[in-house]
Design a protein around this ligand. Structure first.
Ligand code: SF4
Length: 362
């Protein structure tokens, strides 16, 4: 309430639609949408989620139109990690039954790039377990990347090898790596609850090293680990401060044998609201729905495409994704198009046939 010339004025309460429109306008103008407003959006009732998706999709369409970027993931070294990230099946103390193997050879890098091309993915993400790469491992990755680039110079390569030491980003860049992924994962204050062997600051430092080394920074988060709404927003603002070019949003797959097995605090509606918050915070960055899409968004996955402009196609690190054919059908059915043109035409026909047969069988 305020007074002017002896008259009392009550502040007008904004309607739900007006507050939502304010958030969208701020984001479209490149302004900070405001922590309090984003907290309000996160806490919105489930029945308003469709309105949120519809309003925030304006930000997505403004920057990316109907394009969806596809990324394929290759686990180039699996298991036996000395770190103890509680969400990870490859961690030191994990009892999850996963495959463990040392770094794969160049032929596996090339086969994955071929598979990416067949599916219409324009980025190949090379992920290795471990605290950070040894010099030998960086050299191995460099050889694999050079082989991929020699066969297909257009394939974008992202490396995710853990904490970087001085000079490693530069080496990777020289070999043809375009981007480096290292997620902040959660808020600084919640970080101790999910990992004891490295810090939030270590992660921030590696993202900085990647950028300084000339790589495109890719850094995102993982939700559903017991974090509060405040942690979601802290993670969002910490990421905004480091200005990543791409922001993968993961939803926890609570794997048996890890400390977070059995934790399930997500609903499809909450996942969509989290994606909306990140789209508003990153109006022009590539926001990618990463691990946990199928498990947590379930039948609402197509709505996620109205907020994010990028997804993984195929499997994740140690868990299965839905069939690539189903992803391609979902994108087409929702009226989106694949960035870079999608699978080669003959492959597209073949995939459509598989999807149709599958639908009949189901
Ligand atoms: S450093 Fe990477 S591979 Fe190792 S436990 Fe953490 S997330 Fe898993």
């Amino acid at each position: 309430m305020w007074r002017e010339g002896g008259v009392c004025f009550e502040p007008m309460e904004l309607t739900f639609e007006e507050r939502l429109a304010g958030l969208v306008e701020a984001s479209l103008d490149g302004r900070d949408p405001g922590r309090e407003e984003l907290a309000w959006l996160l806490q919105a009732p489930d029945e308003r989620t469709l309105e949120i998706v519809s309003a925030v999709s304006r930000v997505r369409f403004a920057a990316f139109g109907r394009r969806v970027k596809l990324n394929l993931l290759l686990n180039i070294k699996s298991g036996l990690c000395p770190e103890d990230c509680h969400y990870c099946s490859q961690a030191r103390d994990s009892k999850a039954p996963i495959l463990s193997y040392p770094m794969v050879g160049e032929e596996t890098f090339c086969a994955a790039a071929e598979r990416a091309r067949e599916l219409g993915a324009t980025r190949l993400c090379l992920v290795a377990s471990g605290r950070g790469p040894t010099e030998r491992e960086v050299a191995q990755v460099a050889r694999g990347v050079e082989a991929v680039k020699a066969a297909d110079g257009a394939m974008e390569i992202c490396a995710c090898l853990g904490l970087l030491s001085d000079g490693q980003a530069e080496q990777l860049g020289e070999a043809g790596v375009y981007a480096y992924n290292h997620n902040l994962n959660t808020s600084e204050s919640f970080y101790d609850a999910i990992c004891d062997t490295h810090t939030f600051a270590d992660r921030q430092e590696t993202v900085g090293r990647a950028r300084e080394g000339g790589l495109s920074p890719c850094s995102g988060a993982l939700f559903g680990m017991g974090e509060s709404d405040g942690d979601v927003l802290d993670a969002g603002y910490a990421l905004r401060a480091i200005e990543p070019d791409s922001v993968p949003i993961n939803f926890l797959i609570p794997i048996e044998g890890t400390p977070l097995a059995g934790v399930n605090q997500l609903t499809p509606q909450r996942c969509l609201r989290i994606l909306a918050v990140f789209r508003l915070l990153f109006p022009r960055a590539e926001v990618r729905i990463a691990g946990g899409r199928e498990v947590h968004l379930r039948s609402l996955q197509p709505l996620g495409l109205y907020l994010a402009n990028s997804i993984f196609i195929g499997d994740y690190l140690t868990t299965k994704g839905q069939a690539a054919e189903a992803d391609l059908a979902m994108i087409a059915d929702a009226g989106f198009e694949i960035e870079g043109g999608g699978p080669p035409q003959e492959r597209e026909g073949e995939l459509a046939e598989v999807a149709l047969k599958q639908a009949v069988l189901d």
